[in-house]
Design a protein around this ligand. Structure first.
Ligand code: PLP
Length: 389
């Protein structure tokens, strides 16, 4: 037993506790598509990324069960050894078709995709410019690459261009990174304008569409919100949100995907996704492609909520209510829990210091009555109280 190790972590935990920043895992039984059991109570969850409730869709569950029976519970090895079950190429074709790209590579998760793709494409001598509110795994991938890195202010095209003017010429290659739909803010990146800047400065644009696929741009994601496809050479995303399963992907040209298959360390040195997750994703894409009106529901439900509270109209299923301090955000979350709603407090370092928030997420199967009741409680017990302070 190492006493110094335990002492070290205990001190760290105590310091986090004192700042209301310690995190805890709470057992949560997601027994149906919108409700959960937690601490012996039934709560309506407004903080789950299963935007289309596909994790509980009978066809998706049946596809996962069938794949497990046919191929077993694990792919058994890296995809480059023996783990490349026949389901992979089917899923990759379906994703490429949905995202209108030439090819696609599937990874074990979205996090693994980003920390594999970015260091495969960029290294010391290259330049990475990332939106300051990009997801943690884009920033970790950037660090792992060893490239020169700068963040541009959130969605600030002028700042991005200033950085391109300053640093592009000295770098061999340049990657521009952004979430397509920002995970903690719910707003969209100006993908079309970013693509114009990327072309002007010979930079490669990569969007992380974890929260876009299935729910914006008629289910195709953030490159499609204005109707016509914006040419984004690296469309990355995850199968763990609206797709209702697990896994990550990159949609790109055939040469890029071939290169990633041979150079991304998280693809080469990690076991392939389990067959159930691959089959589930294929079944989910069936729903997204055949039921566009259903895929549009999460954003409509979020807009119902923002309308009720006079907030800026939701652009995605994610609506933040920034409260500032970690303490008050935890208290607001506890208040909602007492009213029967699960809305987890989001605190630094997940979001910048001073911007702790409630992050509401809306799904296709939330009822309008529950959304109205949630909005009333938020207005009367959280927003009005804050305004009075
Ligand atoms: C924007 C974004 N990118 C990537 C990820 C990681 O994806 P995954 O959960 O599949 O690892 C997440 C969420 O967890 C995310 O919100």
């Amino acid at each position: 037993m190492s006493r110094s190790l335990d002492q070290f972590v205990t001190q760290k935990l105590d310091a986090l506790e004192a700042q209301s920043l310690r995190r805890r895992l709470v057992e949560t039984d997601r027994f149906n598509d919108v409700e959960v059991h937690r601490d012996g109570r039934t709560l309506i969850s407004f903080c789950c990324n299963d935007y289309l409730n596909l994790s509980h869709h009978p066809d998706v569950i049946a596809a996962a069960n069938d794949a497990t029976k046919r191929y077993g519970t694990s792919s058994g090895a890296s995809r480059l050894v023996t783990g490349n079950t026949p389901l992979f190429s089917l899923l990759e074709q379906r994703l490429a078709k949905l995202k209108q790209s030439e090819d696609c590579v599937v990874f074990g998760s979205g996090y693994l995709a980003n920390i594999g793709i970015i260091p495969a494409l960029a290294r010391p001598g290259d330049l990475i410019l990332a939106d300051a509110l990009s997801h943690s795994c884009l920033l970790t991938g950037t660090q792992l690459s060893g490239a020169t890195a700068h963040n541009f202010r959130h969605n600030d095209l002028a700042h991005l261009e200033e950085l391109l003017r300053q640093h592009r010429e000295a770098a061999r290659h340049c990657l521009i990174l952004t979430d397509g739909v920002f995970s903690m803010d719910g707003d969209l990146a100006p993908v079309a304008e970013l693509a114009v800047l990327a072309a002007k400065y010979d930079a490669w644009l990569m969007t992380d569409d974890a929260h876009g696929i299935g729910v914006v741009g008629a289910g195709r994601g953030s490159s499609f919100v204005t109707g016509a496809k914006v040419d984004v050479p690296l469309q990355m995303g995850t199968l763990s949100k609206a797709i209702g399963g697990y896994g990550g992907y990159l949609c790109a040209s055939k040469p890029v995907c071939d290169f990633i298959r041979t150079r991304a360390r998280t693809l080469i040195y990690s076991t392939g996704l389990m067959p159930a997750a691959i089959a589930a994703a294929i079944a989910s894409i069936d729903v997204i492609e055949t039921e566009p009106a259903y895929a549009a529901l999460p954003v409509q439900k979020a807009q119902r909520f923002t309308r009720a509270l006079n907030l800026a109209p939701a652009e995605s299923p994610i609506v933040p209510l920034i409260l500032g301090g970690a303490d008050e955000t935890l208290a607001a979350s506890a208040l909602l829990e007492a009213e029967g709603f699960l809305v987890t407090a989001i605190r630094p370092p997940t979001v910048p210091e001073g911007t702790a928030r409630l992050r509401f997420t809306f799904t296709a199967r939330h009822s309008d009555a529950d959304i109205a009741r949630l909005a009333t409680i938020v207005r009367e017990k959280i927003m009005t109280k804050r305004a009075a302070e």
